[in-house]
Design a binder for this molecule. Structure first.
Ligand SMILES: Nc1ncnc2c1ncn2[C@@H]1O[C@H](COP(=O)(O)OP(=O)(O)O)[C@@H](O)[C@H]1O
Ligand SMILES: Nc1ccn([C@H]2C[C@H](O)[C@@H](COP(=O)(O)OP(=O)(O)O)O2)c(=O)n1
Length: 320
């Protein structure tokens, strides 16, 4: 099975800093940032037949039917080619949530919900200030108050739903931008760890399936592998490189064998993740048994985790 898209929902009142934080997170941590509100504004401007209807919804601070917002999000997710998403301003009500679960529930994994908390007085001041230059028809006091009411009545219950699933990471959005960013990064660390584990599993599955193209697609252009051969690091970029690598460390890649990643240790530094584990290939009747210490260095960029380097120990045990 390939890698499912990993999604972080970013919620908070209007003006809580969702767009500001997502823009920086996407730049520094390599996520694809998609703003539901921005996609709707673009759709309104595109001259489509829904334009006039959208204009009314946006001015009134009402939430548009999920078919429309999720349709735009889904298209943008596919067009981005990424697997790691910050989805900003969605799901904003029960209709959004139901639509997501119906259409995307099996297609994507929600790793966490980043929730920026901010008092209404701060939000109002920010939106009025933003209104001086944003050109947004809803950055005025009347629309801001309507949007805040909509947020309290319809979005907070969605946050409570995610809270009961243990997915909410709360960050005080009223602090200065750098402090909010630092707290946001810390709040995302466990979600990022899960993304890296999922990417690692998907890449090992590609190896055990002999899917060298899928494996290579998860590598950086300058990726290298070292260890198994006892010689210098070799390039790990093209399917042919992966083939060469596999043939040298064949026992650890016994075709179709199930595997376990034991004792994983992970360190995340910005958009770099370092993961070490003992990879145990159980084979049972199906194949050989082998254990290898592996360290993978992953780089988060362009909306994906890409392998930068793989180091393997010698095979610790193998049965013919
Ligand atoms: N931590 C912060 N402190 C002060 N102003 C902020 C902060 N975060 C965002 N802003 C400003 O507040 C306004 C709203 O931020 P934005 O990111 O657009 O919010 P949202 O996407 O949640 O509506 C913007 O003008 C932005 O520059
Ligand atoms: N899931 C969504 C997200 C936004 N919208 C609409 C309604 C919102 O008032 C506007 C603007 O949302 P956006 O997230 O860009 O901005 P604010 O958080 O309100 O500042 O877009 C929607 O209908 N459905």
């Amino acid at each position: 099975m390939g890698l499912k898209p990993n999604v972080v929902f970013v919620l908070g009142g209007p003006g809580s800093g969702k767009g500001t934080q997502c823009e920086r997170l996407s730049r520094e941590l390599g996520y694809v940032h998609l703003s539901a509100g921005e996609l709707l504004r673009q759709a309104r401007e595109s001259g489509s037949e829904e334009g006039a209807l959208l204009d009314e919804y946006l001015r009134e601070g009402r939430i548009v039917p999920v078919e429309l917002s999720l349709g735009l999000l889904r298209k943008a997710m596919i067009a981005s080619g990424g697997t790691r998403f910050l989805i900003d301003g969605f799901p904003r009500n029960q209709d959004n949530l139901d639509g997501w679960e119906r259409i995307m529930g099996k297609e994507a994994d929600v790793t966490c919900v980043l929730f920026l908390e901010c008092p209404e007085s701060v939000l109002e001041a920010r939106l009025l200030h933003r209104g001086l230059s944003s050109g947004r028809s809803d950055d005025n006091l009347e629309s801001a108050r309507k949007r805040f009411r909509t947020y309290v009545e319809t979005t907070l219950p969605v946050v409570e739903h995610f809270q009961s699933c243990g997915l909410v990471r709360r960050v005080d959005g009223s602090q200065d931008m750098d402090t909010v960013f630092a707290n946001t990064c810390a709040a995302l660390s466990d979600a990022m760890e899960r993304e890296v584990m999922a990417a690692t599993r998907a890449q090992i599955e590609a190896a055990t399936d002999n899917d060298t193209a899928a494996y290579a697609a998860m590598c950086c252009d300058d990726a290298t592998g070292a260890g198994c051969t006892g010689s210098a690091a070799i390039a790990l970029k093209t399917p042919a490189d992966v083939e060469t690598w596999g043939s040298k460390g064949a026992s650890a890649n016994a075709a179709g064998t199930p595997f376990e990643l034991l004792n994983p240790r992970m360190q995340i530094m910005g958009n770099v993740a370092l993961l070490s584990y003992l990879r145990q290939n159980g084979g049972g009747d199906a194949g050989r048994e082998a254990a290898v210490e592996e360290t993978r260095v992953w780089l988060g960029k362009g909306g994906r985790w890409r392998l930068k380097h793989l180091h393997c120990s010698a095979i610790k045990s193998a049965q013919p």
